[in-house]
Design a protein around this ligand. Structure first.
Ligand SMILES: [Zn+2]
Length: 376
């Protein structure tokens, strides 16, 4: 879903980015406004005027989504939740949170902030459009303002549908969570609503598509798919978080580690280690049992094959760093986050800067599978 992102600017301490898919949405919005919506509502203007109205409308939509997401982020910051930034993508915007909210009240306030901001914006813009009409500004000006008022209202109403992970679904979850004090149950129920709503939109999309509204139909179809997928994966994510939270890395690591000596040549490394054990990473340990670093198949590949006989493992090993090692006491959830950030499936586990084991994604996943099975 998230392809190439472009950093736009920093606002109130939050990085605002757009995903390339948003550019596609912006063009689609500008095009449908200037060739359909505005000519239908305000007849007799020039094609150029319609295009300017369409482009201003698309930019206004962009700013409206930023206001919405910014409100979520500001409230989240009040409750001490780290927000990495705001990314706009094809189906709107997301404030990137990678933790669950600390309490039902925090979640309620955070979730409600976005739709409230959109509703306020809708009301203000509506008043401005009325004033613009009264003082006799051209149709092209108040038409765009009125459209933006309407789109903000729609943004609020759509997001208030109680389908997790939409804002309304988060509000529902916070209420259920506060009621029974069980986040897992609350997430399961609201995610089920989310998946059901997603299915409803898919169905609506198919109906519209066969009714002749191709773009609108496809649009609802994909939004439905997206919500359904997000609802299902957010419940799974919660299960993973719950299972790994508070478990130290030491519980999952393998202590019999196969490590490579720094003096071995790359050819020996490939023949005696990679081909033999099929691991993606080998720790490099010298005679004094000191951790020199780690070596991956990718680093070997970067060296021309002719040099494999001459170059040694010690030369290319990456020194231990927070990118390839993790402390034995660290939370397993942090290990998982590091794996996804550095896109490596194995990490070296250290205690007082000495190698004590290896943790792999595979071992963590089999633990998860067992734990989820036992909990059901
Ligand atoms: Zn929202």
């Amino acid at each position: 879903m998230f392809g190439k992102r472009i950093d736009l600017f920093k606002l109130l301490g939050f990085e605002v980015r757009i995903d390339m898919s948003w550019v596609f949405l912006a063009i689609l919005v500008a095009w449908s406004l200037s060739t359909g919506f505005f000519p239908f509502r305000y007849e007799g203007l020039s094609a150029q005027t319609y295009w300017i109205m369409g482009i201003v409308g698309a930019v206004g939509l962009f700013l409206s989504i930023i206001v919405h997401e910014m409100s979520h982020s500001l409230v989240a910051r009040q409750y001490g939740m780290p927000i990495k930034g705001i990314t706009l993508f094809i189906f709107g915007g997301v404030a990137e949170m990678n933790k669950e909210p600390p309490s039902p009240k925090a979640e309620f306030m955070m979730a409600a902030a976005g739709p409230i901001a959109s509703l306020v914006l809708a009301a203000v813009l509506y008043a401005v459009s009325l004033i613009a009409k009264t003082i006799g500004l051209p149709e092209s000006v108040y038409g765009v303002i009125k459209y933006l008022s309407w789109i903000n209202g729609l943004l609020a109403v759509f997001n208030l549908v109680p389908a997790f992970p939409l804002d309304g679904g988060r509000i529902l979850r916070s209420i259920l969570w506060g009621w029974k004090n069980n986040l897992r149950w609350a997430t399961r129920i609201s995610a089920a609503f989310g998946a059901g709503f997603g299915l409803f939109l898919i169905f609506l999309g198919v109906l519209q598509f066969f009714g002749g509204n191709f773009i609108g139909g496809m649009w609802w179809f994909f939004i439905g798919m997206f919500i359904r997928g997000a609802a299902n994966s957010s419940y799974q994510q919660l299960l993973v978080r719950r299972a790994l939270e508070g478990e130290p890395v030491g519980r999952f690591m393998k202590t019999e580690v196969i490590s490579a000596p720094p003096a071995a040549t790359l050819q020996e490394l490939v023949d005696n280690y990679f081909y033999r054990y099929h691991h993606k990473l080998f720790p490099v340990v010298d005679v004094g049992n000191r951790l020199v670093g780690g070596v991956t198949i990718k680093q070997v590949r970067d060296v021309p094959r002719e040099e494999w006989g001459r170059r040694t493992v010690g030369e290319i090993a990456q020194p231990p760093s927070p990118e390839n090692t993790i402390d034995v006491q660290a939370d397993a959830l942090d290990a998982l986050a590091l794996m996804s950030r550095s896109s490596s499936s194995r990490l070296m586990v250290t205690a007082n800067n000495r190698l004590v084991g290896i943790i792999s994604l595979k071992d963590m996943l089999s633990f998860l599978e067992l734990k989820v099975e036992l909990d059901q």
